[in-house]
Design a protein around this ligand. Structure first.
Ligand code: DO4
Ligand code: MG
Length: 281
């Protein structure tokens, strides 16, 4: 089962439901932000009794309202290596990988998130660009992990590599944050050892593929959530992307027209074509 946002053919209002075996049913809640304001036990109870079947649902991005997307970095050994290769300040990535405090950064407002099938973007002023396939935690206002999403933390390696202080420009721009359409409830799946796969195709030919497992994540999910909630409140919950364990060699860069597919077993699939520039959004 996945928790989804959807729109009906004849109705502009986004709604919330559950999707099981391809069938969407409505839920009596106004938004995912409102759902994430509830305790985990209440979310579980509400989603266990869905209403009518919706036969014309078009799935939307899985977050809305005041729910923010945050991301963790350098949480896998491969990410530490990749950052040290690309950066003029390699040392800081080694230090953060070993430190107790994780790297956490703001990634996206809900309204900027793109969903499965929509384009992701390369910045027009960037020269080296990659998708970052990540498992994202969906956390309620109480810091409880309610579910999981597939996330693509699109990144400019050239801009971050030039100077780490450029991280927000490398990470936060139109088309930089893609999430899969359905939230897989945490009470249905254990996220701690799930295969993650990426495939980038160009003119139908695979130009980068990779696989890893969430078991290689250096930090427990609870630690990442704990740091996120240490000094801030999230009344509408938050999505926390847990970092990438997959990075291509430095001679690979995304191009316009590429198609990125990220799969996380038990969680979902996220496929997005790549465009250049903000005018597509
Ligand atoms: O330090 C830069 C960001 C790293 C990141 O996004 C990741 O490891 O996934
Ligand atoms: Mg990342």
């Amino acid at each position: 089962m996945h928790i989804v946002r959807y729109r009906r053919a004849d109705d502009a209002t986004p709604r919330v439901g559950v999707r099981t075996d391809g069938v969407v049913r409505s839920l009596p809640v106004a938004s995912v932000a409102a759902l994430l304001g509830a305790r985990l036990a209440d979310i579980q109870a509400l989603t266990s009794e869905p209403g009518d079947v919706v036969d014309d649902a078009r799935l939307l991005a899985p977050v809305d309202g005041a729910t923010e997307v945050w991301a963790a970095g350098v949480t896998y050994l491969r990410s530490r290596e990749a950052r040290m290769e690309e950066s003029s300040e390699a040392d800081i990535y080694g230090r953060v990988y070993d430190a107790a405090r994780p790297e956490l950064f703001f990634k996206s407002a809900a309204w900027r998130v793109v969903v499965d099938g929509e384009p992701v973007a390369i910045r027009a002023d960037s020269g080296l660009d990659v998708p970052e396939p990540e498992l994202a935690l969906v956390v309620n206002r109480f810091g409880e992990i309610a579910g999981y999403l597939v996330s693509n933390d699109m990144s400019s390696r050239s801009i971050e590599g030039e100077n780490p202080l450029y991280l927000p420009q490398a990470k936060v721009y139109a088309g930089a944050c893609a999430l899969s359409a359905g939230i897989r409830p945490a009470w249905e799946v254990d996220g701690s050892d799930l295969p993650v796969a990426v495939r980038v195709t160009r003119d139908g030919v695979a130009v980068w593929t990779g696989t890893t497992s969430t078991a290689r994540l250096k930090r427990p999910f609870a630690d990442l959530v704990d740091y996120l909630f240490k000094a801030d409140n999230f009344p509408a919950g938050a999505v926390l992307s847990t970092g990438t364990g997959l990075a291509p060699a430095l001679d690979f860069t995304l191009r316009e027209g590429d198609v990125v597919t990220i799969t996380i077993d038990e969680v979902g699939e996220l496929t997005n074509p790549v465009v250049v520039g903000r005018e597509h959004f």
